[in-house]
Design a protein around this ligand. Structure first.
Ligand SMILES: [Zn+2]
Length: 185
């Protein structure tokens, strides 16, 4: 199959997921003798693969979370500078992604800023606001061209904690700017 399983296009760079004797692999070239699924190398199509459980249906088995993580790490999209900085922060461990990591780091007084996705559910918003109040950590809203989980490389991630004070400063200013840009446009 050479078209994207999600959007049906053929022209985009693709990643291929194929079944090699019961083991799933990720590559960029089709494997002629193996059952192969092609998906565009962009966040929109890759996220839909996970959300609609496409791989489970095609390969008829449970797909571990870690497999989706490595699928996402194959993204090639250029990121805008703000979300790029956030992704870089995660890779250099200056930013911790996800509620559990945020909660632990907050309790240890390690956070200079918490970033909450604008699409976060009200229950998560409340819990994060609670943590910010309790540990006196500033809160900012994530706004980016790409969803937060794509940027930080953790599926369904809606919040992140910034440990580095300098990076926290830059990010909070940048996301605040972004908010006013949106309002005036
Ligand atoms: Zn596609």
């Amino acid at each position: 199959m050479n078209h994207c399983l999600i959007c049906g296009q053929t022209g985009n760079p693709m990643i291929r997921i194929y079944d090699d004797n019961g083991q799933l692999h990720i590559g960029t070239e089709p494997e002629p003798d193996m059952k192969t699924v092609s998906v565009c190398q962009n966040s929109a199509c890759l996220m839909k693969v996970k959300k609609a459980h496409i791989l489970e249906k095609v390969f008829q088995r449970k797909i571990p979370y870690s497999f989706y993580q490595s699928m996402l790490s194959n993204l090639t999209e250029p990121s805008d500078s703000r979300s790029g900085l956030l992704g870089l922060g995660v890779r250099s461990r200056k930013v911790v992604p996800g509620f559990t990591a945020v909660e632990i780091a907050a309790r240890r007084n390690q956070l200079s800023l918490i970033i909450l996705d604008e699409g976060a559910k009200p229950t998560l918003q409340k819990r994060i606001q609670g943590i910010c109040g309790k540990y006196r950590i500033p809160l900012t809203t994530y706004r980016g061209d790409k969803s937060m989980d794509t940027v930080v490389g953790k599926i369904n991630c809606k919040c992140a904690g910034v440990k580095d004070p300098g990076l926290a400063n830059i990010l909070s200013r940048q996301f605040a700017d972004r908010g006013s840009e949106k309002r005036t446009s």
